[in-house]
Design a protein around this ligand. Structure first.
Ligand code: PLP
Length: 460
C-alpha cells in the first residue's frame, strides 16, 4: 500500500527513518534508536493495519481516544469543509462559529454550574489551565499561599512542567525536574493493594482520611486544589472504592479546596456518559478537564470547564488579564471535528451502546479469574486492565515487565494491539465495538493468557 505512492520511501526506509529521527513520547533512552517499532499505515472502524499489511484490533483505541473508530469519511469532510471556510483565526481576539457552538455544547454536557469553557490544545494544557486558574483565583482572593495541589500516587495528568509535577506514576523513572514544593501526593487508592484483611469500606474510610489529614497537615490556607482522575487510567485503570469521590469532594468543600476532575479519559463516552463525574460518581466538581475523545483523536483539542461559582470569584471590577492561552486555543478546525464527532455519537447513540455492552465487556474480563497468573482484573465501562501476579513479593521490574510484554507480543501476533504497562495490560477499544468484536478481542487475550501461563512461573 505504501509503495503505491510515487517517490515514497520503501517500508524498510520508513522504519529506518522513524527509528533514527523520530523520538517518541516515553522513549527508553538507552535503546530508542535500536527498537524497530510499529508503523501504522491506516485504520478503519476498530481495526488498524501496520506497514506490513497486518490487521489488528485497536485495543487501546489509539491512546484511550478513538471513540467513533477510524476512517470516518464524515469527519474528513467536516474537517476539510472547515479548512476551506476558515482554517484559523486568532482566539485571542476573535471567536468562530464552531468554537461558540462547541463551548455551548460542553456547558450543556457538563454537570451543575460548569458553564465556562477554556479551550486548549490537549489534556496536559487543559490541566495546566485548571491549575493556573486556581493560582489566578487565589491570588485574586488575596491568598497567595493557597497553591499546593494534592494529587495521588499513580495519577497521570500530563507532560507539561505543571501537569507532570502533579503526576504520580512512580515507575516512570525519569531525569526530568518537577516542582515538588507545589504538590503533595496521597498514597495509592487501588483497592487491590489494600492491606490484607481490610474491607473495601474500611479502605475507603482510610483513603478519604488520607485526604483530610493531608489538608490539615499542610494547612487548608496552603492547599489550593485536589486533582483526581475519576479512574486512574494510565496508572493501571484503578477504580477507587465506591463512595470515595463524593466523600473526597465533601472534604474539599469543607476546607475550601477546589476539586478538579480530570476526565481526559473518562469523558466522552468511555463510561457511557459525556462526563462521568455526576452520573457515575455523583459529584459536581469545580472544574473538569477533557481532551482525547472530544474529537475521537481526529485532531488535537482539550478543554477546561469551570463552574460559575469559581468564575464569579475570578472575575471582578478591576482590570486583570487572565493571561493564559495558546495560539491554537479553540482551533476552528479542531472544534469542527469535535462537533462532527458529537453529532455522530448522538446519531448512533454511542453512549447508549457503551452502557449496553459494558456489562458484557466487564464479564468477559472478569472470566480471566481462572488463570493463576492473573492477580487482578478491573475496569468500568469500556476500560479494562489485567494485572499479572508473577512477581508478587519479589518486586522485580524486569520480570514484571516480562508478563506485560509477553502478553502484548502474543496478542499482537494474533491481531490485537494492547498497551502493556509493566505487569499490566490495559485496553480501551473504540466505543463502537460490537459484542461479536468484544468476543474476538477477549478470545485473543484468553489464548495469550493460556500461553503466558504455560511459559511463566507464578509466584505464591
Ligand atoms: N490527563 C489524563 C487523565 C490523561 O490520561 C492524559 C493523557 O493520557 C492527560 C491528562 C494528558 O493529555 P495529553 O496527552 O493530551 O496532553
Amino acid at each position: 500500500h505504501l509503495k503505491s505512492v510515487r517517490n515514497s520511501p520503501t517500508v524498510d526506509e520508513l522504519h529506518e527513518w522513524d527509528r533514527l529521527h523520530n523520538l517518541k513520547p516515553w522513549s527508553m533512552m538507552n535503546t530508542w534508536r535500536e527498537e524497530d517499532g510499529q508503523i501504522i499505515d491506516r485504520g478503519d472502524g476498530i481495526y488498524m493495519w501496520d506497514s506490513h499489511g497486518r490487521r489488528m484490533i485497536d485495543g487501546p483505541g489509539g491512546m484511550w481516544c478513538v471513540q467513533i473508530g477510524h476512517g470516518r469519511r464524515e469527519m474528513a469532510d467536516a474537517i476539510s469543509d472547515q479548512v476551506m471556510r476558515l482554517a484559523y483565526s486568532s482566539p485571542f481576539s476573535t471567536g468562530t462559529e464552531p468554537a461558540a457552538i462547541l463551548a455551548r455544547r460542553l456547558a450543556e454536557f457538563a454537570p451543575g454550574d460548569l458553564n465556562t469553557v477554556f479551550f486548549t490544545t490537549g489534556g496536559s494544557t487543559a490541566v495546566d489551565t485548571a491549575l493556573r486558574a486556581m493560582h489566578f483565583l487565589n491570588n485574586r482572593r488575596g491568598m497567595p499561599d493557597k497553591k499546593i495541589v494534592i494529587s495521588r500516587e499513580r495519577a497521570y495528568h500530563g507532560s507539561t512542567y505543571l501537569s507532570a509535577t502533579v503526576s504520580g506514576k512512580e515507575r516512570n523513572r525519569t531525569r526530568f525536574d518537577k516542582e515538588n514544593r507545589l504538590v503533595h501526593f496521597l498514597p495509592d487508592v487501588d483497592p487491590y493493594r489494600r492491606p490484607e484483611g481490610m474491607s473495601i469500606e474500611a479502605f475507603c474510610d482510610q483513603k478519604v482520611d488520607d485526604l483530610e489529614q493531608a489538608i490539615l497537615e499542610l494547612g487548608p490556607e496552603n492547599v489550593g486544589a485536589f486533582i483526581a482522575e475519576p479512574i486512574l487510567c494510565s496508572g493501571g485503570v484503578i477504580v477507587p472504592p465506591p463512595g470515595y469521590h463524593k466523600r473526597t469532594l465533601e472534604i474539599c468543600r469543607k476546607h475550601d479546596v477546589l476539586y478538579i476532575s480530570d476526565e481526559v479519559v473518562t469523558g466522552f463516552g468511555r463510561l457511557g456518559h459525556w462526563f462521568a463525574s455526576e452520573p457515575v460518581f455523583d459529584i459536581v466538581p469545580d472544574m473538569i478537564t477533557c481532551a482525547k475523545g472530544l474529537t475521537s483523536g481526529y485532531l488535537p483539542l482539550g478543554a477546561c470547564i469551570i463552574s460559575d461559582r469559581v468564575m464569579e470569584q475570578m472575575t471582578g471590577p478591576e482590570e486583570v488579564l487572565f493571561s493564559n492561552g495558546y495560539t491554537y486555543s479553540a482551533h476552528p478546525v479542531s472544534c469542527a471535528a469535535a462537533l462532527k464527532n458529537i453529532e455522530i455519537m448522538e446519531r448512533e447513540n454511542v453512549l447508549g451502546h457503551v452502557r449496553e455492552v459494558a456489562p458484557y465487556f466487564q464479564e468477559r474480563l472478569r472470566s480471566f479469574e481462572k488463570f493463576p497468573i492473573v492477580g487482578d482484573l478491573r475496569g468500568m465501562g469500556l476500560l479494562g486492565c489485567i494485572e499479572g501476579k508473577v512477581t508478587e513479593g519479589r518486586s522485580s521490574l524486569a520480570l514484571d515487565s516480562d508478563f506485560g510484554t509477553r502478553l502484548d507480543t502474543i496478542c499482537e501476533e494474533n491481531g490485537l494491539l494492547l498497551r502493556p504497562l509493566i505487569n499490566m495490560a490495559v485496553f480501551s477499544p473504540p466505543l463502537i465495538i460490537s459484542k461479536a468484536q468484544i468476543d474476538a478481542m477477549f478470545d485473543i487475550i484468553e489464548d495469550a493468557l493460556e500461553q503466558v501461563s504455560s511459559e511463566m512461573e507464578v509466584d505464591g
